[in-house]
Structures are given as structure tokens and as C-alpha cells.
Design a protein around this ligand. Structure first.
Ligand code: ACO
Length: 401
């Protein structure tokens, strides 16, 4: 498509496509997915192979810069990120201002916006070099902010992490290190976390990514675009689904564990209840990420020796729904969030932090999409509409209304 030729088009035909179910918003070389066949690839590499062989930092580099890094490139990337891991002390005052009960996604989005004030040079970035500077800054500081958000909720003192650890290990340490205790990494936990982050790292033009691209298209800057993306991800129909899954499972347990009752509710068109973690806008046969994560969930639960009635309800629900005609006909299968919630719970991550974990994983995807949009010099995003309001009316004085 010749973007230049499209630029400046002001009139002509306007298509209407609520939810953009059939509308492409851009050309992209980052993520390929085929919803019918259940294929997901980052930069041409299959998600199955990446989840098995790569680590999250390599996937970050791959998504953002287009190629798997050489050892030298990876070590420079890692070093550049580590050099930026300090967060301004005044950011803590902002964090302090939030009530402990504030939802972590609201806090994270606000802190990401607040970072702009402390890093003004990261806003107006045009050259690749300036973009790189902003990218390593946010990759370094975002895990710190996410971990702080969780520790504040748990009334734990903030932790800066340890730059001798790998990216994901350090994230885990910043979240879970106990005051006055030496942090001991757990290989199973960190590998599961690494895999989860990789599986969530990009998913082409979903709601939050489209938000990042459209905000970025006004040249608002990377951090502002990401903050908007975090807000979009918060919703229960998008990233908030993993939290909604566990809340739903807990509600079913409280109600006596009758899964059939909830399957019936989900099928009842007069009942707004939906089975959280089932269905996907694009994957209409199966979600390839769900397959990988289901296996990882079984391994993690086995390795950690976890027995949890809520997880038994999850298994039961999936078994029944997968055979039920309503779900089969509509091709509604458990999605990645059905299982990611289960693993996060097993890893001891509080439910309201689940969507933050998703945001941590999606960060490189958002960055890659923002960078691509800027490098391609895409025009400002500005959809049209079909006006369905009143025709011209004469103004009525207030006394006559
Ligand atoms: N439970 C019960 N029925 C459902 C569900 C569900 N979870 N999902 C879809 N349906 C039904 C709809 O009622 C509709 O039925 P109808 O044809 O009889 O009217 C049909 O399946 C098609 O559903 P749509 O809403 O048109 O599908 P859409 O592609 O717009 O929505 C979505 C996809 C939002 C993911 C939806 O399936 C849903 O709400 N799922 C639960 C929330 C969830 O898990 N979200 C996470 C998505 S994955 C992610 O963000 C990483």
C-alpha cells in the first residue's frame, strides 16, 4: 500500500466497521497470526520455538529491532537497560500519594505518565538513536514501577533489585524479596514467568497496541503512548480477563462449585455473564499460546506441588465447555488468560497484579509497534464515522425548552 497516496484523502467512501473487526489499520512486519490455523509468529519465528528456546530479553530485542540478537548485541542491550534501572526518588512521593487499595493498573499507568516529567528528553524522539534511548529507559524502569506497585499494596518496603540478575529474575526479586532476607531464585518459577512474558509479548493490532499506535501517531511520545496502552489493557474484555478468570473461579467455588450452573448462565442470552477466559476475537479454533501455557501450568503446578480447589474448578469448567455444543459451535476455547491466571496464582502473584504481569510481557510489543509506526512515518490516526444525530435545528432559548 502506498501510504503517501492515502495521506490527505479527505472525502470519498467511509466504511463502517464497529470494533474494526475487518479493518486493517497499518502494515506491519512484527507479528503474524492466523486465527483460523492457530498460528502466532514474532518476526517470522514460531511462538512455540521462541517459548521453548529464547529468553524474554532476546524476544524483546527481536520484536523491537527485527532480528534475534547476537551475543554481543544482547550483552550491550542488557547493559544499557541495567544502566537505566534507577528511578527518580521523587517518583516514590507520587506512589505514596495513592491509596493502598488503588488498582495496580491505574497506579502503573499514572507512574508511567509521571516518568515523562522526570525524563523530558524521552518525549520528542525522532532519530533511531533517540528512540533507542527512550526504549532502554522504559524497559529498565517499567519492571521497577510494576514491582513497587505490588509492594505498596502489600505494605512492603520498596526494592531496587539487583543488576547482577537476569531481567526476569530481577523482576521476581523486586516483587518478592523479603526485607532482611537474601533473595533465593527459584528456577521453576522464573522459567514459568519468562515463558508467560514471552507468550504475551506481542499480538499485532489488539486493543492496547492499537491504542499505543494511535496515541503515538500524534507524536505524543513513547511513555505517554504506553500509559494509554496500559489503560486499554486494564479492561476485563482485554488484559483484565486473567484477573476476571480467577475472580470468576473463586465466585463459583463460593457458590458451591457447580460448574454446570455457570455454563448455563454463560449460554443464557438474557444473562450478561460470560465465561471469562473463553473466546477470542481472532483465534476461532484455538489459541496457540493457550496450548503452550496449559502445558506449562501443568508442569508448574506439579513441580511446586500445588493443590488448589479453585484450580480444580478451572479444569472442570474447561472440560465441560470444550464438549458443550454452545461453545463448540461458536468456537469458544480457553484463551491464554484462562491459564495465565492459574499460573500467576500458583506463583503467589496477587490477583489484582495479573494484568500488570500482562503489561510487563506486552511492553516490548507495544514498543516495537510504536517504533515501527514512527519509522514508517505513519499519519495521525483519525477514523471517520457515520453521523446518526439530528439534522440542523434552530436554537431554542432556555425559557422555551
Ligand atoms: N462466554 C459465553 N459466550 C460467549 C463468550 C464467553 N466468554 N465469548 C463469546 N461468546 C458468545 C457471544 O455471546 C456471541 O454469541 P451469539 O453469536 O449467540 O450472539 C458469540 O459467542 C460471539 O461472540 P462475540 O462477542 O461476537 O465475539 P468477539 O470476537 O466480539 O469477542 C471476546 C471476543 C471479547 C474475547 C469474547 O469472547 C469475551 O468477552 N470473552 C471473555 C473475556 C475474555 O476472556 N477476554 C480475553 C480475550 S484474550 C486477550 O485479551 C489476551
Amino acid at each position: 500500500i502506498d501510504i503517501k497516496a492515502l495521506r490527505g484523502a479527505t472525502g470519498g467512501i467511509t466504511t463502517i466497521d464497529p470494533g474494526y473487526k475487518n479493518t486493517g489499520s497499518c502494515e506491519s512486519a512484527i507479528t503474524f497470526l492466523d486465527g483460523e490455523k492457530g498460528i502466532l509468529r514474532y518476526r517470522g519465528y514460531s511462538i512455540e520455538e521462541l517459548a521453548e528456546k529464547a529468553d524474554f530479553l532476546e524476544v524483546c530485542f527481536l520484536l523491537i529491532f527485527g532480528e534475534l540478537p547476537t551475543e554481543e548485541q544482547l550483552s550491550k542491550f542488557d547493559k544499557d537497560i541495567k544502566e537505566e534501572s534507577q528511578v527518580d526518588e521523587d517518583m516514590k512521593k507520587i506512589l505514596d500519594g495513592f491509596p493502598k487499595s488503588a488498582h495496580p493498573m491505574g497506579v502503573l499507568s499514572s507512574l508511567t505518565s509521571a516518568l515523562i516529567a522526570f525524563n523530558p528528553g524521552s518525549v520528542d524522539v525522532d532519530s533511531e538513536e533517540e528512540m533507542y534511548g527512550a526504549i532502554v529507559k522504559i524497559l529498565a524502569k517499567f519492571p521497577v514501577l510494576a514491582a513497587w506497585t505490588m509492594r505498596k499494596r502489600k505494605s512492603l518496603p520498596l526494592d531496587y533489585g539487583d543488576n547482577s540478575l537476569g531481567y526476569v529474575e530481577n523482576l521476581h526479586k523486586m516483587m518478592f524479596a523479603k526485607p532482611n532476607e537474601t533473595y533465593v531464585a527459584n528456577k521453576i518459577v522464573n522459567e514459568a514467568l519468562d515463558k508467560l512474558l514471552i507468550l504475551h509479548a506481542d499480538h499485532e493490532q489488539n486493543c492496547s497496541t492499537s491504542t499505543v499506535r494511535i496515541v503515538g501517531s500524534s507524536h505524543a511520545g513513547l511513555f505517554a503512548s504506553l500509559s494509554a496502552g496500559i489503560s486499554a489493557l486494564w479492561g476485563p474484555l482485554h488484559g483484565g480477563a486473567n484477573q476476571a478468570v480467577i475472580e470468576m473461579l473463586e465466585a463459583i467455588k463460593e457458590d458451591g462449585g457447580d460448574t454446570a450452573k455457570y455454563i448455563a448462565k454463560a449460554k443464557d442470552k438474557n444473562d450478561p455473564f460470560r465465561l471469562m477466559g473463553f473466546g477470542h476475537r481472532v483465534y476461532k479454533n484455538f489459541d496457540p499460546r493457550a496450548k503452550i501455557i496449559k502445558k506449562a501450568a501443568d508442569e508448574v503446578l506439579g513441580d511446586l506441588g500445588i493443590e488448589d480447589p479453585v484450580l480444580d474448578i478451572a479444569k472442570g469448567l474447561a472440560e465441560v465447555a470444550l464438549k458443550d455444543e454452545y461453545f463448540v459451535q461458536r468456537k469458544l476455547y480457553p484463551n491464554v488468560d484462562f491459564y495465565s491466571g492459574i499460573i500467576y496464582r500458583a506463583l503467589g502473584i496477587p490477583t489484582e497484579m495479573f494484568t500488570v504481569m500482562f503489561a510487563l510481557g506486552r511492553l516490548p510489543g507495544w514498543i516495537a509497534q510504536w517504533r515501527e509506526m514512527r519509522l514508517r512515518k505513519e499519519p495521525i490516526g483519525r477514523p471517520r464515522q457515520i453521523y446518526i444525530g439530528e439534522n440542523l435545528r434552530a436554537f431554542k432559548e432556555i425559557s422555551e425548552r
